[in-house]
Design a protein around this ligand. Structure first.
Ligand code: NAD
Ligand code: MG
Ligand code: MG
Ligand code: MG
Ligand code: MG
Ligand code: MG
Length: 339
């Protein structure tokens, strides 16, 4: 079994006295910065002027242009959108890294697909929380944490692994468990998970279920509650106790339906498609498409996004959620979450 490390296994001193620049203050950035500071580390923020800057300043951080933040830091955590990282790295980060600094990522995309080629005289590692940034923050405040993967790409100080672990501890991940990985494994499994299961898989499943009911003449509001709203309640049970716990809570009728109909919907064909998706990730086809899409100004991304936001499940859902203020509250703070 893989070795999972916890707070007791980690020497946090290795990060003491080092200045950490968190570059980007979005979903992950705000969570890392706030958690690290509360864990006793010195944190500055690197940003361009804009909305995030106001938020970081409101939270009491010193905010600098990216180049200045990197220049004064020993550890540089890149929490920019993946598709922006290469440009910002070339313009503002590369020339401000000093020998022995650490360059850190929360996702391996740009290193693994060679969009960023780091200098040979810095440590390069990743600390990738396995959860949305807003939960990295919320669970830390609750005294818990989101598990994380760490991996070392380049170790020039001889301390890269210890630094990665201390960083993981600083954001609260070691309360939940920290697991060693490589940039390749983290990149490929993260992309696969979000495409086939967590984001792509789940949204396609929900929409297909909703459409099937509505096309058969059932009320869209009923279809919404059945296929979208209840998903969270079921997923909470899975999170807390796996398949067995969820099946314990549902009726035996639901459990029998799960056994006989689930595999008719998600079957060997679906698994073959999942393998295709994984192959496209492994051989770089997905990465190339996403890089080119960004270079072209995101024509497909924007068109699909507009289409999706107009789907009936979204218009019905907006109306129903307006009538459930307790739901809306939590959605607002998590809008940009899963990446
Ligand atoms: P985000 O889009 O939420 O935030 C990006 C931040 O970068 C914002 O503060 C934005 O203002 C800033 N920014 C954008 N362009 C900039 C520029 N040119 N110069 C300076 N600042 C700029 O991003 P995110 O979702 O937190 O993702 C950051 C990294 O974390 C990515 O590598 C992502 O794969 C990884 N990650 C994200 C999640 C998640 O929950 N969102 C989970 C695991 C890993
Ligand atoms: Mg992920
Ligand atoms: Mg039911
Ligand atoms: Mg039961
Ligand atoms: Mg987004
Ligand atoms: Mg991801």
């Amino acid at each position: 079994m893989a070795k999972v490390l916890y707070e007791k296994d980690i020497q946090k001193e290795v990060l003491q006295g080092k200045k950490i620049a968190v570059v980007g203050y979005g979903s992950q950035g705000h969570a890392h910065a706030l958690n690290l500071r509360e864990s006793g580390h010195e944190v500055v923020i690197g940003l361009r002027p804009g909305k995030s800057q106001a938020k970081a300043e409101e939270d009491g951080f010193n905010v600098y242009p990216v180049a200045e933040a990197v220049e004064q830091a020993d550890v540089v955590m890149i929490l920019l959108p993946d598709e922006m990282q290469q440009k910002v790295y070339e313009e503002s980060i590369k020339s401000n890294l000093k020998a022995g600094n650490a360059l850190v990522f929360a996702h391996g995309f740009n290193i693994h697909f060679s969009q960023i080629v780091p200098p040979a005289d810095v440590d390069v590692f990743l600390v990738a929380p396995k959860g949305p940034g807003h939960l990295v923050r919320r669970t830390y405040e609750e005294g818990a944490g989101v598990p994380a993967l760490y991996g070392v790409y380049q170790d020039v100080t001889g301390n890269a692994k210890e630094l990665a672990l201390a960083y993981a501890q600083g954001i609260g991940a070691a309360r939940a468990g920290v697991l060693e990985t490589s940039f390749q494994e983290e990149t490929e499994t993260d992309l696969f998970g979000e495409q086939a299961v967590l984001c792509g898989g789940v949204t396609s499943l929900i929409k297909s279920g909703f459409e099937t009911l509505v096309e058969a003449g059932y009320q869209p509001e009923v279809a919404y509650f059945e296929c979208m709203h209840e998903m969270k309640l079921i997923v909470d049970l899975l999170y807390e106790g796996g398949l067995e716990n969820m099946r314990y809570s549902i009726s035996d009728t639901a459990q029998w339906g799960d056994f006989v109909s689930g595999p008719r919907v998600v079957n060997e064909d679906t698994k073959a498609r999942m393998k295709d998706v994984l192959t496209d990730i492994q051989d770089g086809k997905f990465a190339k498409g996403w890089i080119l899409e960004n270079q072209a100004g995101r024509p497909q991304f924007n068109a699909i996004n507009n289409q999706e936001n107009k789907h009936q499940i979204e218009t019905v859902g907006r109306e129903l959620r307006d009538l459930m203020p307790f739901v809306k509250q939590s959605v607002k703070s998590k809008q940009k979450d899963v990446k």
